[in-house]
Design a protein around this ligand. Structure first.
Ligand code: ATP
Length: 492
């Protein structure tokens, strides 16, 4: 993870927001390469989800909407995480990410240990328990620890569980609900009637416009509405770089189906579609998994949810949630707005409120997954090399154009003309200075799949250029005329 974060900063993918003022926790800025990568991910999703399908339409709804939407959707009442404060250090934690266990030696409880959720939390807890045993000078057999979420703690245990900040018990509060929506004020008045929210998900903008799309388009069941846009959550503990941030982007699609449809098999089809799509943009199947939510842990709106997980450097975590929301949202909006959300289904000649399947993906999380999957270290000619093996479709730059020497105007002019030609169709990078080997390495590190080198053969002999492949480092000669069509073929 440190290597990825370091590369992101060094090469201009991602910066901490407000860095010159010491940073701002949970917010990030995307630099010249990051913005290209992000755009390519969004474009690929939009092309495949909207443009190349006949049953899905696009939408772009506002970030701030009537607060009534968030009352109807249940977010005002229930979009919260359990929070726990440490009174001594003023740190805040998510109670469902704080784990504790009694430490039992020869049947006697000698104290408690606590750890924050992490892939190494079990071994961290074990080490803390052994330390406690030594500190208390206790002999005997340490019983196996049984880590539980702080949300499951008994009231009598709150004072006994040590704070992860201080290591001492007595300062943790009981868990309480903390609403994750950012509030703002709209209009000149600042009383409670002016309170509005930054959307915590893009989905509600889709539900609120579903009737508009039905009435103005030619959609018929089953059909989907897709949206890409910013979402905001006042996360208690933003962490793991851009994995959990307070401002992020989502790509969500609501797929409206008949209440009579076999939603379980349609759910499965969407899970497969999403997995295949991730593989198609370069995430290895071996790094993907599925997490089926148990019935008693489902969100208030869900009848069934499966997350596609990814092996991030800090462990296997949710990347893409695919939820069956039933008719929860549309029914709520019908009740709260008084407007009918029914659709007339031509095929069955019946009227109903459709049910919904929702694949919801975070752009930033996808970007982190793409960086993780691409990050590679190998050796070329006895030298260590770090490269980003991005799928060409998402690589920030597709091609670098390199004149062999920068002080030979004939080479530079010819290279410039090739560069301008490529640039009309693809993102291309111009680099004329430094040894050619070093220039190749620079492109490897930012994941440019191909380098095109213009040398004396190009201008004096046969008009061919050198095409160098990032992953294999193989070089081949190709005519300038064939170059563009070859790039086209390999990119799509
Ligand atoms: P988590 O359990 O990780 O908080 P969630 O289940 O609340 O996520 P959803 O409400 O299903 O997430 O949101 C859909 C997608 O949006 C997630 O799968 C994830 O990719 C992305 N996402 C959610 N919260 C964040 C966040 N704070 N930062 C970045 N991406 C996020």
């Amino acid at each position: 993870m440190d290597a990825i974060v370091g590369l992101c900063k060094r090469r201009g993918f991602i910066f901490q927001s407000s860095e010159i003022y010491g940073g701002y926790n949970g917010f990030f800025d995307f630099g010249p390469l990051g913005v290209e990568l992000k755009k390519n991910l969004k474009d690929a999703w939009w092309e495949d989800m909207v443009h190349r399908r006949d049953d899905i339409e696009g939408l772009d709804s506002s970030i701030i909407m009537s607060p009534k939407i968030w009352e109807a959707s249940g977010h005002v009442g229930g979009f919260s995480d359990p929070m726990v404060d440490c009174k001594a250090s003023k740190m805040r934690y998510r109670a469902d990410q704080l784990f504790y266990s009694p430490v039992i030696v020869d049947g006697n409880t000698i104290g408690y240990v606590s750890v924050l959720e992490d892939h190494s939390m079990e071994s961290d807890a074990q080490a803390a328990a052994e330390k406690l045993k030594r500190k208390n000078g206790v002999q005997g057999e340490l019983a196996a620890l049984s880590l539980k979420e702080y949300t499951e703690a008994d009231a009598s245990e709150y004072d006994l569980i040590p704070s992860p900040a201080t290591g001492e018990p007595g300062s943790l509060t009981p868990p309480r609900d903390f609403n994750l929506m950012f509030e703002t004020k709209v209009g000149a008045l600042s009383d409670s009637t002016a309170t509005a929210y930054l959307r915590p998900e893009t989905a509600q903008g889709i539900f609120a416009n579903y009737k508009n799309v039905v009435d103005t388009g030619r959609v018929k069941i089953p059909f989907g509405i897709a949206q890409i846009g910013k979402a905001f959550r006042n996360e208690i503990t933003p962490r793991n770089f851009i994995f959990r941030s307070r401002e992020f982007e989502q790509m969500e699609m609501e797929y409206f189906i008949s209440p009579e449809a076999d939603w379980k098999s349609m759910h499965r089809e969407w899970i497969d579609w999403c997995k295949n799509w991730l593989v198609s943009i370069g995430l290895p199947e071996s790094m993907l998994g599925e997490d089926v939510h148990p019935q008693d842990k489902l969100s208030h709106y869900s009848r069934g949810t499966t997350d596609i997980t990814f092996q991030f450097p800090f462990g296997e975590q949710e990347l893409w949630g695919i939820a069956c929301r039933g008719d929860f949202d549309l029914t709520q909006h019908q009740e709260h707005s008084g407007k009918s959300m029914e659709i007339f289904d031509e095929s069955s000649k019946s009227k109903y409120i459709p049910h919904v399947i929702e694949p919801a993906l975070g752009v930033d999380r996808l970007l982190l997954a793409a960086l993780t999957a691409a990050f590679t270290e190998d050796e070329v000619g006895g030298e260590k090399r770090s490269l980003m093996k991005f799928h060409p479709r998402i690589a920030p730059y597709k091609v670098a154009v390199l004149p062999l020497l920068k002080n030979k105007p004939e080479l530079v002019d010819r290279a410039q003309s090739i560069y301008r030609k490529i640039q009309r169709k693809h993102t291309a990078f111009w680099d004329a200075s430094g040894a050619i080997g070093r220039r190749y390495r620079r492109m490897d590190e930012i994941g440019t799949p191909w380098c095109v080198t213009i040398d004396f053969d190009t201008i004096e002999k046969d008009g061919t250029v050198t095409l160098r492949d990032r992953d294999t480092t193989e070089q081949s000669r190709i005519s300038e005329d064939d170059l563009l069509s070859l790039l086209e073929d390999r990119l799509f």
